[in-house]
Design a protein around this ligand. Structure first.
Ligand SMILES: CC(C)(COP(=O)(O)OP(=O)(O)OC[C@H]1O[C@@H](n2cnc3c(N)ncnc32)[C@H](O)[C@@H]1OP(=O)(O)O)[C@@H](O)C(=O)NCCC(=O)NCCS
Length: 187
């Protein structure tokens, strides 16, 4: 398994901006808190946890365990500008399957940062020996749909009205899947 320091990388966005990608550590509580506090309601609607509640973040940092949740952060200077996580279960019928979540700072949308983060987590999934990756989100999240398609995921199911947004409106959920081994052999 790659060492943590080897997972720190510099990435160049479409507009030339340089960002640092690295795993989240216990010392990142403050910039991660600032990142979520800057999120607009339009982005927060796609985030699953109540990240504006400090207790939720305290819980994440108190129970940091890369085998269960691997959090990748993107930094511009001292500022966190994206957070993507790879979730794993070490046993049972989901053992070969990872799930992903991602949120990018609105100021950085459309610059290739989401794609950069997802590509890193796909590579890592391969190293972890995962066979498949899955992501689920509201079908109306067009940006996510475009980004995951571009990264090699394909939509496998739409479940109508499964979730509710914070206003109580029913949401259709799309499930996208990538076959990690097939993808790794193609590149
Ligand atoms: C989805 C999200 C992560 C995309 O991040 P991003 O950094 O803007 O994505 P990228 O710049 O890498 O875009 C990848 C591709 O998707 C396209 N895309 C991105 N946002 C789009 C949008 N709103 N509508 C249409 N296409 C879009 C881009 O054009 C790009 O294709 P291109 O390179 O051919 O131009 C970001 O919009 C976000 O944080 N959204 C809120 C949270 C969310 O929906 N998370 C997903 C659920 S887990």
């Amino acid at each position: 398994m790659t060492k943590l320091q080897d997972l720190t990388k510099t990435g160049k966005l479409k507009d030339g901006t340089e960002v640092i990608l690295r795993p989240m550590t216990r010392n990142d509580r403050e910039p991660v808190g600032d990142f979520f506090n800057r999120m607009t309601p339009s982005v927060l609607q796609y985030v699953r946890n109540d990240v504006t509640n400090p207790k939720v973040l305290d819980q994440w940092f108190d129970h940091l365990n890369y085998d269960r949740v691997f959090p990748l952060l993107a930094f511009k200077g001292d500022k966190v500008v994206a957070n993507a996580t790879l979730h794993r279960v070490g046993y049972g019928w989901r053992k070969h399957l990872g799930t992903l979540r991602i949120v990018v700072d609105t100021e950085f949308h459309g610059k290739g940062l989401g794609t950069l983060m997802i590509n890193e987590l796909v590579d890592l999934s391969h190293e972890f020996g995962l066979e498949k990756l899955m992501v689920e989100f509201p079908l109306r999240a067009h940006g996510a749909l475009a980004m995951f398609k571009k990264a090699g995921f394909s939509p496998r199911a739409v479940i109508e009205g499964l979730m509710k947004d914070r206003h109580g409106e029913n949401l259709d959920i799309v499930i996208m899947v990538m076959d990690v081994a097939v993808h790794a052999n193609r590149i």
